[in-house]
Design a protein around this ligand. Structure first.
Ligand code: MG
Length: 388
């Protein structure tokens, strides 16, 4: 089986709060198989056109005409061939992740098995946690109402976001805690907003509320500050959606004291790299809870990861992305209809189990973001600048 084409598919899809871009890739083989992958930059893929060029210019020529027997030799070839020119973090790794997922889709289809079966499936369903919005977007009841459809379907974990107005956000969070059943675990995402002193203060308050983790409180590059925070924080500190491969993760575990790791198959180098990361995390006593924040192929890839690693008990499930999954995914229901007992079924058909609806994707061509900053509605908000 030889690879005959590697084609990126870029999309900008209208969602309730703002349009989001996605970067998919379609691989074809000489025996007629089609495999899909998807990259993520932590929030969809804002500069999908940039990643598409990396795929087309750097990775496609290394794959076309190659035999596919196993995924990892080909994924290694992509990394080793480009590492000294494009680096092995950020854009290069995100784009390579998309290709790696598509290779798994192809190899599994050729084997007549699902990707998770090929990896060693350990569960039939993968629990999800509700990943919700910024606390400053409404009062506690607004947030409880947003979460209700998932909680009614058995989801028992929910994450909300604190921003620059963190004192008010913490009041809202306290009230929200009171509105939810005691058995609902709450997590908080800081979106890399805070300075160290503020993060330490917030972490103490989160400890009083029994919050399960404080995610990306400080900009991810401020490694010394993260290490200090981890040592002082009353709650576990979570990072991972900006970690690229095992070397990066080893630093986060040994130096930064991260105790919740959030790899994402669409970011960290692919499914095999994320499994290796999960293996490392276990040795350091860290929890592994994969990040998910892109389209249906990325979700399916992370489901396959979670289905094949005992230590992964749940993955992220951003409520705002449900319309994109439903429109752009072909396969089992990925939206609310797919959630039972707080979990998604692991597909058992050959391959990844979810394909890209290319006819739908073609109706939403990629738009270069220009000066628009993804994750905002009106421009650059305080939360991307830092606290006061
Ligand atoms: Mg996050």
């Amino acid at each position: 089986m030889q690879i005959t084409s590697v084609v990126p598919v870029t999309v900008t899809f209208p969602l309730g709060r703002e349009p989001m871009s996605f970067c998919f890739v379609r691989l074809e083989t000489d025996d007629g198989l089609v495999g899909y992958g998807e990259a993520c930059d932590s929030y969809g893929c804002s500069y999908a056109g940039v990643l598409a060029e990396v795929i087309t210019q750097a990775y496609a020529p290394l794959l076309i005409g190659r035999d596919i027997v196993a995924v990892e030799p080909l994924a290694d070839r992509l990394r080793l061939s480009t590492r000294r020119r494009l680096g092995d973090q950020w854009v290069a790794t995100q784009a390579r992740s998309a290709v790696e997922i598509a290779l798994w889709d192809l190899v599994a289809q050729a084997a007549g098995r699902s990707v998770s079966q090929l990896l060693g499936q350990v569960r039939d369903r993968v629990a999800v946690y509700a990943s919700s919005t910024f606390l400053d977007e409404g009062p506690a009841q607004f947030h409880a109402d947003l979460l209700a459809p998932l909680l009614e379907r058995g989801v028992r974990m929910a994450k909300v976001r604190v921003g620059p107005d963190w004192q008010q956000d913490l009041r809202t969070l306290t009230e929200l805690r009171g509105l939810l059943d005691d058995d609902i675990a709450l997590m908080v995402d800081g979106s890399e907003t805070f300075t160290l002193p503020t993060a330490v203060e917030i972490a103490a308050r989160l400890g009083e509320l029994g919050v399960r983790w404080f995610e990306e409180p400080i900009p991810q590059g401020a490694r010394a500050a993260i290490a200090t925070l981890s040592a002082r924080s009353a709650v576990p500190i979570a990072y991972g959606e900006h970690l690229y491969g095992r070397e990066d993760v080893l630093g986060a575990l040994t130096h930064d004291g991260i105790s919740v790791l959030q790899p994402d198959v669409s970011i960290s180098g692919g499914i095999a790299e994320s499994r290796a990361i999960a293996g490392l995390a276990s040795y350091y006593g860290a929890r592994i809870v994969p990040h998910v924040c892109a389209g249906p192929i990325s979700l399916a890839g992370n489901v396959a990861l979670a289905a094949s690693v005992h230590a992964i008990r749940a993955i992220e499930y951003p409520l705002s992305l449900i319309p994109a999954w439903e429109a752009l995914g072909v396969g089992p229901p990925l939206g609310l209809a797919g959630i039972q007992d707080g979990s998604l079924a692991v597909p058992s058909v050959p391959g990844l189990g979810v394909r890209l609806a290319e006819d739908v994707a073609a109706r939403y061509p990629y738009q270069v973001p220009g000066a628009r900053v993804a994750g905002t509605v009106g421009g650059l908000p305080d939360r991307f600048v830092g606290d006061r």
